[in-house]
Design a protein around this ligand. Structure first.
Ligand code: HEM
Length: 465
């Protein structure tokens, strides 16, 4: 390294930062109509040249990175690791040491990872596929009967919750049989919101939020009691009648390395983790992608041509769904523009200089803004343009691997990504084949932890033949 390059390395204290006030620090500058994450993304755009910035919450500095060059050096599991920070710390109140929110050093992560990995194999996906088609049938029936514009986010949430709970736990929420979202979903949405809103409160203001905290506690109780009921019902059935799903793996398998079983408390956390991680993100992906398709008639036509050419009239097979190349690339582009896990947190194991210019102390958490990576103009030409052809093999191979991380990195990457992409491909294929959409107008974002379109009502018609 030359003297010049050494001198151009800065520490995190030298990053651009928001103004600070005594006690409440940068809090007044963190509010945004579309939520905390929208504000972070706005700051990432503003500090695009620096590639990183800092904010101060009461008692701590938080650093965010938003470009590919800096982020790439945080993606190597040998030198960096996932850390539980920000909203994940609070989400541990109900997801505990489940796979998503476990610290890397917790024995339960390693144990559950080894026990549950077979549940994500290609042959397991074949077993979940009937649950995907059954849940989708309920959505299709609901949309065929619709006499007014449909609530896309609500319906995608119903679909993905019903799918993961049926595939993973043989439990039926029957969400389309209800006029409003299931109480579990309402409790979950409020608890997730509280987990992010609580980050923006100084400690002295906590008593002012007594009502919110009481609701939070009762929402968590409601979620626990549903999960406990699912476990109880399974245990009441004779074991030789259990389906081969995630719940059976958790209840009957032991760790191939240590021979240990998962505790009842950890099983509860894992089920909640799967119900949360397994539906919110896929619902958002479907809603964003449908919004895009509804705005772009020629994309809709291209997708429909692919589906018509490759699928027969009835229920497709999983193999057929996996071969829908344009559908898959459209979803990949949807996840590029609107990654539904918009940030992941990594920390270097030892002091590390990232991107050749930013020195990060050992163990300091860095929020990687995946949304900003995915729009880094150094890697993505015309980053705001929706173009599924970016994911043609010849285009993909020109990009650094760090440029596209919707499913996280390394050993903590998403175990459910194949499940999500099969489920989402099936849904998009069936919807574009059967319905015409009216242009719903520009996208607005909702201020939720996992981003979603706001108030997306879609007017549909049966396809004109
Ligand atoms: C489009 C849909 C999805 C997206 C964008 C997504 C994204 C992610 C990301 C970014 C992570 C890593 C988070 C971090 O580093 O902090 C993750 C982890 C995880 N996801 Fe997903 N996910 C999706 C669907 C699913 C589904 C359907 C399931 C379950 C069937 C699932 C289960 C998990 C689990 C268990 C983890 C924790 C892995 C571990 O640390 O061992 N996800 N997901």
């Amino acid at each position: 390294m030359t003297v010049e390059s050494v001198s151009s390395v800065i520490g995190i204290e030298g990053l651009p930062q928001l103004p600070r006030l005594p006690v409440i620090e940068s809090l007044p500058w963190l509010a945004h109509r579309d939520g905390f994450m929208a504000r972070m993304l706005e700051l990432a755009e503003r500090h695009r040249d620096a590639g990183a910035f800092a904010i101060h919450r009461p008692g701590r500095r938080v650093v965010f990175v938003g470009n590919v060059l800096l982020a790439a050096d945080l993606f190597d599991d040998n030198t960096s690791e996932k850390v539980i920070d920000g909203p994940l710390v609070n989400i541990r109140d109900f997801a505990g040491d489940g796979l998503f929110t476990a610290h890397g050093h917790e024995a339960n992560w390693h144990r559950a990872h080894r026990i549950l990995s077979p549940g994500f194999s290609a042959s397991s996906m074949e077993r979940y596929f009937p649950a995907m088609t059954e849940s989708l049938d309920a959505l299709l029936a609901h949309w065929r009967a619709a006499r007014a514009p449909v609530d896309v986010v609500g319906d995608m949430t119903r679909l993905t919750l019903d799918t993961i709970s049926l595939a993973g736990f043989d439990y039926r929420f029957d969400s389309f049989a209800r006029p409003t979202l299931h109480p579990f979903l309402q409790a979950l949405a409020r608890a997730l919101q509280e987990s992010i809103d609580a980050l923006l409160r100084p400690a002295f203001a906590v008593p002012l939020f007594r009502g919110r905290r009481a609701k939070y506690a009762s929402d968590i109780e409601l979620m626990f009691s549903l999960v406990d009921q699912v476990i109880r019902e399974r245990r009441q059935r004779p074991e030789d009648s259990w389906p081969r799903d995630f719940l059976s793996l958790m209840l009957s398998e032991s760790d191939p390395k240590t021979g240990e079983r998962l505790s009842d408390e950890n099983i509860r956390y894992q089920i909640l983790t799967f119900l949360i991680a397994g539906h919110e993100t896929t619902a958002g992906l479907l809603a964003f992608t449908l919004h895009r398709i509804a705005r772009d008639r020629s994309l809709h036509e291209r997708l429909r041509r692919e589906v018509d050419a490759q699928l027969d009239d009835g229920v497709p097979t999983m193999k057929q769904v996996l071969e829908l190349d344009l559908v898959r690339r459209t979803l990949s582009e949807g996840l590029r523009l609107w990654p539904t896990v918009p940030a992941i947190t990594r920390a270097p194991k030892e002091e590390l200089v990232i991107g050749g210019r930013l020195r990060v102390p050992a163990g300091h958490p860095i929020g990687v803004l995946v949304h900003a990576l995915h729009r880094d103009p150094a890697v993505w030409p015309e980053p705001d343009r929706f173009d599924p052809d970016r994911f043609l093999p010849e285009q993909s191979k020109k990009r650094p691997a760090a440029a596209y991380k919707p499913f996280g990195v390394g050993k903590r990457a998403c175990t459910g990504r194949h499940f999500a992409l099969i489920e989402a491909s099936l849904c998009i294929a069936m919807l574009v084949r059967e319905f015409d959409f009216e242009d719903p107008g520009p996208l607005r974002l909702s201020p939720t932890v996992s981003p979603k379109p706001r108030a997306l009502a879609l007017a549909l018609r049966p396809r004109r033949r």
